[in-house]
Ligand binder design. Structure first.
Ligand SMILES: C[S@@+](CC[C@H](N)C(=O)[O-])C[C@H]1O[C@@H](n2cnc3c(N)ncnc32)[C@H](O)[C@@H]1O
Ligand SMILES: Nc1nc2[nH]cc(C(=O)O)c2c(=O)[nH]1
Ligand code: SF4
Ligand SMILES: [Mg+2]
Length: 225
């Protein structure tokens, strides 16, 4: 019997809007907690884990706004919730916050055993603990306020690298990282930060120059979660 529990900020079904799985109907599990502190992070409400923000599972399911509230769920409770909610997607995206602060293996094992495919969105600053079949999207974070560094093990485990960009410095940071970790075959996506026009223009030009791919956070353009 698995007794592990995960602190969940949000659980919802939508279309994956980023990276290689863009367009894929997906159930998102958003975990609470991240110490990396990217200045431009679009989910700052997930950073702190405060005990006073602990609420019931029902309140998390009923959430309609971004809040720092969270509830604990076991893998089995997550799975049965999918059924209660009538979710149809067979692909799960585990994000946050920083999901790799905890061991995701029991969660992914339970979900995969039930026939789902799993994907993790991570900053690459914590050990990636998951199943071998889980798709790992590493979005490396360089020189962020929290002071965390990219782990070689995370770069090696990555099935795709999705790098947020707004400046030439971000592009240079990525090139240094790829050289340092000898990444040659992993698909690279550039993701313009916060849909800014200049960031998007830079990302397009840099993708063409380097034969990388563009990831534009489709969900934000079409106004879905
Ligand atoms: C909110 S993070 C959560 C998962 C994990 N902490 C990470 O950074 O990968 C999910 C994805 O959104 C990206 N992201 C966050 N804020 C963004 C922004 N303002 N513009 C574009 N991408 C952003 C991250 O780089 C990451 O790829
Ligand atoms: N639709 C949709 N796609 C996403 N891909 C990554 C997301 C994230 O916040 O990690 C995200 C998100 O929040 N919504
Ligand atoms: S690592 Fe991810 S969740 Fe954490 S601050 Fe950066 S973008 Fe936000
Ligand atoms: Mg998001």
């Amino acid at each position: 019997m698995n007794t592990v529990e995960y602190k969940i900020n949000e659980l919802f079904e939508t279309i994956q809007g980023e990276g290689a799985f863009t367009g894929q109907p997906s159930i998102f599990i958003r975990l609470q907690g991240c110490p990396v502190a990217c200045s431009w992070c679009d989910t700052k409400h997930t950073w702190e884990i405060e005990l006073e923000d602990k609420v019931t599972k029902e309140q998390i399911i009923a959430k309609t706004q971004e809040t720092s509230q969270w509830a604990s769920f076991s893998p089995e409770q997550i799975l049965s919730l999918f059924k209660v909610q009538g979710f149809k997607a067979k692909h799960i995206v585990i994000t946050g916050g920083e999901p790799c602060m905890v061991d995701l293996t029991p969660l992914c094992q339970t979900l995969e055993k039930a026939g789902y495919s799993c994907q993790i969105e991570t900053s690459g600053t914590f050990d990636v603990r998951t199943t071998k079949d889980c798709w790992v999207t590493v979005s490396p974070k360089v020189n962020m306020r929290g002071g965390y560094e990219i782990l070689a093990s995370a770069m090696k485990r990555a099935n795709e690298i999705k790098h947020p960009v707004a400046t030439e410095q971000h592009v240079d940071d990525l090139k240094s990282l790829l050289a340092k970790h000898k990444v040659t075959n992993t698909p690279v996506y550039l993701q313009p930060i916060s849909q800014k026009q200049r960031a998007t223009e830079l990302a397009i030009a840099t993708c063409i120059e380097n034969n990388w791919r563009l990831s534009v956070q489709v969900h934000k353009y079409i106004g879905i979660e």
